[in-house]
Write a protein that binds this ligand. Sequence first.
Ligand code: ZN
Length: 347
Amino acid sequence: MAGIEVRVHFTFLLLLAFYAFNDYSAGGTKAAMDGGIFILLLFLCVLLHEFGHAFAARAFGIRTPDITLLPIGGVARLERMPSSPWQELVIALAGPAVNVVIALVLAVLIGRIPDLQDLMGLQKTGAGLLVNLFFVNALLIAFNMIPAFPMDGGRVLRALLATQMRHATATLIAARVGQVIAVLFGVAAFMTTNYMLIFIAAFVFLGAQQELAYAKMRSQALNVRVGQAMITKFQTLPAALRAGEVPALLSGNDQVIFPLVDSSLQLRGLATRDELLQAARDLPAQSPADCVARQIPVVHPETALEEALELMQRLAEPILAVVNASGQIVGLVSQAHLAELSRLRDA
Ligand SMILES: [Zn+2]
């Protein structure tokens, strides 16, 4: 849609089936149909919310390759980070703003702003459906504006902080605020014995944790060159390798990923240990094993590490090859390795 790939996670179908079945056992086929339609409309609201983010990003020249719908909500994957806090603020607010517009349209259709009393004992059809959808949108606005990652409110908070300080510091503070809120959710869950809140608390806590780890990695990447952080100890394999030669070459080392190079050390591609062993099993011994290799983006040792991180993020590529001026491979940078370095520096 509009040049954006919309993907639906298969567990979403399970959720749909679960609710339809629930309504079926309570009220038969008609209730199941109504319940199913309600869930689909709910997810339409979530989808429009994500398109709000995507269109705001597009206004700043940032592409959104895909939107994924999960049972817990939607995720719009932006091609790169917005370059200023103001852009991030607008993109983060654009999603909930869509739900505000939907809620207002529903209020007009209903004829007034519904109150909670309207919700009691309502069927999910006709006017009842509109009232239900109104409250779903109100809930989406409230939930998303909680100032904690990975909710939009966390991004709003970070953007506001980032107008006053460095982006990495702003992320650090926003992530900590998010974790405090997650703990409060956890406490509230035990006090009210509403265990759904535990799920939300864990979701928020882990989201903040992830954002924090990435922000740390980024701030440590400042003023560091790729050459200082790359992996240099690894074995390469000849690109002219035959499938039959693979097992002997791989035995006695536990490396999981192998650059394939030609005789002048030019990178020809990258293959995992599993892919190579698979080729050894499936292909005739004399056939070239490099057909399993894939191309990966390359950077240079002088490239700023921050730039390399952004490239990985943008391409959703966890590993980059480092080549020198004559195209020979001299190192690898991987997200896993950088995260490890970041943890070591913490400790
Ligand atoms: Zn959002």
